[in-house]
Write a protein that binds this ligand. Structure first.
Ligand SMILES: [Fe+2]
Ligand SMILES: [Fe+2]
Length: 277
């Protein structure tokens, strides 16, 4: 096959992989987080072993306890050990919190808090929708919403000027993925999926991250559809959620009052943003 006949998707995926390899500051998961997630995903998860691993990272332990003791959870008494935190929250929630702590420094770059707050809101919105639609595991929806734009951190590190140009084009209605392809040769969705693979996260998370702008193209269309809607609802620059009605109609969704849902999700997100701050 000649080069010009290669599938454009394959070409941009190759470019995304190349970009990750060329970065000096490759976003990486703290080792402890990777080990902790592996233990949690093991059906015979051993809580004591998990507590032991987490305790070796003072920063993660301190932040985790701070989160658990925040007003968001409202536990009546102070929780002082990781074991107690896990017993109260359950492993699934601990998993979301650990991942949140791990990606926070990547998303809270010198470019501000915008991406971080949007990601937390999209996480809360995805969980809210998954619960209401009774689809899948709401905690997994939270994680996927949290990570949906993680690829943007790569675009920012690679070329902040190009990133700002893309944001400007998107703000005046350009397709963000087309704009990214023009400036970078690949998209935040492609590079985001590759990052989730590098971090050994479950495949469904990567597939959802890849298709959160075009859920109908995904083999996990419901899961991608949930993040699609949550993403549309939590775009800070738009006061009113804008969806592609064809996408909503094709999915098994009903969104009777998008503005009310937006308000609800913003309200539910504030304590989460405060807890993680
Ligand atoms: Fe996105
Ligand atoms: Fe987004």
């Amino acid at each position: 096959m000649t080069k010009s006949m290669e599938d454009p998707n394959t070409i941009s995926e190759q470019k995304a992989r190349q970009a990750l390899e060329n970065l000096n500051e490759l976003p990486s998961m703290p080792a402890v987080v990777g080990q902790a997630l592996n233990i949690i995903d093991d059906p015979n998860a051993n809580i004591n072993r998990l507590a032991e691993i987490l305790s070796t990272d003072i920063s993660i332990t301190t932040q985790l306890l701070k989160l658990v003791n925040s007003a968001y959870y409202g536990f009546p008494s102070q929780i002082t050990t990781i074991n107690k935190a896990m017993a109260l929250l359950g492993l699934n929630k601990v998993r979301s919190l650990i991942l949140g702590l791990a990606v926070k420094p990547m998303m809270l770059s010198e470019h501000g808090k915008k991406l971080w707050h949007h990601s937390l809101r999209c996480a809360v919105g995805s969980k809210y929708l998954a619960k209401n639609l009774e689809f899948g595991d709401p905690e997994e929806a939270f994680i996927t919403g949290l990570l949906h734009d993680i690829g943007k951190t790569v675009l920012q590190v690679q070329n902040i000027n190009a990133y700002n140009e893309v944001q400007k084009l998107a703000a005046i209605g350009a397709d963000i993925l087309d704009a990214e392809r023009t400036f970078y040769g690949f998209t935040h969705t492609e590079v985001g999926k590759i990052l989730t693979e590098k971090w050994n996260l479950p495949l469904i998370i990567g597939i959802t991250v890849e298709h959160h702008h075009n859920p109908l193209a995904s083999e996990e269309s419901m899961s991608a559809g949930i993040v699609y809607v949550a993403n549309c609802i939590t775009r800070e620059q738009l006061k009113y959620p804008v969806f592609d009605q064809d996408i909503i109609d094709s999915l098994d969704f009903e969104i009777p009052d998008p503005e009310a849902m937006r308000e609800k999700v913003f309200e539910l997100s504030q304590p989460v943003i405060d807890a993680f701050s």
